[in-house]
Design a protein around this ligand. Structure first.
Ligand code: GLU
Length: 281
């Protein structure tokens, strides 16, 4: 078998433009960068603007600028149609997600669902909550024989572990993160995923879709999210977590590195320290 060379290491940073980067997202960006650059790999920047209600175009430019200001450069993904600074945008990839959605449907791994949060709160079914705080879908529509298109709300994945998560919201046409992340990581040849540990709960969802589509499983490394003094995850709207420019840049990078050193496995820190010193000193 061909030995994997370093040039096969591919990672990505995939922010959602629902706000500018904050200290917590800078930590993930830095970790993603160090993780691949310590092995001479490539880092893609993917803007996860698939949530049409919450994503805002003005944050996209800001996020890119914040990355550049902090010395976190991404590699150029070839956008053939027009120059887009080597970045991919999920909002422009609906046709690709549709293709894989139809394929899953052809394998009978999806179903249309007319339940809403409100209707679920009123049902007689026992409601169980997932660790993420989401409702574990009680499978009401899973075996329905007929559909009424005007009433359907979502297309769900037929899972094997009673977690029939949403693939697409039909009211907006938006695809869900748990689905698009699998498609894009595969199409971008991503071998290593570095993301916040608030997304741990999506691993099983990712793996189920990957297994059915025959995609390899990238290695996933979760970075403990940054919390405030009350133990709450930093929010994009919190003034205190906002990134600043100029003389604060170096301080913010140092703070991010300190967080990684405190929270990441020592073998990983050892691996990436020379890269950190090389790029950020
Ligand atoms: N778009 C997600 C976020 O901003 C990150 C997803 C990922 O890294 O897989 O929280």
């Amino acid at each position: 078998m061909k030995k994997k060379s370093n040039k096969d290491v591919r990672g990505r940073f995939a922010p959602s433009p629902t706000g500018p980067l904050h200290l917590g997202s800078l930590v993930t960006a830095l970790a993603s960068f160090l993780d691949v650059k310590s092995e001479n790999g490539k880092l893609w920047l993917r803007i996860e603007d698939g949530d049409s209600q919450r994503s805002k175009t003005n944050f996209i430019g800001l996020i890119k600028q914040q990355l550049v200001d902090h010395g976190i450069a991404w590699d150029v993904w070839p956008n053939l149609e027009h120059e887009r600074e080597g970045v991919i945008y999920q909002s422009e990839r609906q046709h690709i997600y549709c293709h894989f959605m139809y394929y899953l449907s052809s394998l009978d791994r999806t179903f249309l669902c007319k339940c809403t949060r409100k209707s679920l709160s009123r049902t007689n079914h026992f409601i169980e909550y997932l660790e993420s705080g989401e409702i574990r879908y009680p499978q009401i529509c899973r075996d329905r024989k007929s559909v009424c298109l005007s009433k359907e709300q979502t297309l769900r994945f037929k899972s094997t572990n009673r977690d029939d998560f949403v693939i697409r919201r039909l009211t907006t046409g938006d695809f869900s993160y748990a689905f698009t992340v699998v498609i894009d990581d595969y199409l971008q040849g991503v071998t290593r995923v570095v993301r916040g540990d608030d997304l741990i709960f999506t691993i099983e969802r990712n793996r189920q879709v990957q297994a059915i589509l025959g995609f390899p499983f990238p290695t996933i490394l979760h970075v403990p999210v940054v919390r405030d003094s009350n133990g709450r995850k930093l929010s994009k709207t919190d003034e205190r977590s906002k990134l600043r420019g100029g003389k604060f840049i170096k301080k913010q990078i140092t703070q991010s590195w300190t967080h990684l050193r405190k929270n990441m496995p020592s073998s990983w820190i050892e691996k990436v320290t020379p890269t950190y010193e090389n790029y950020f000193f």
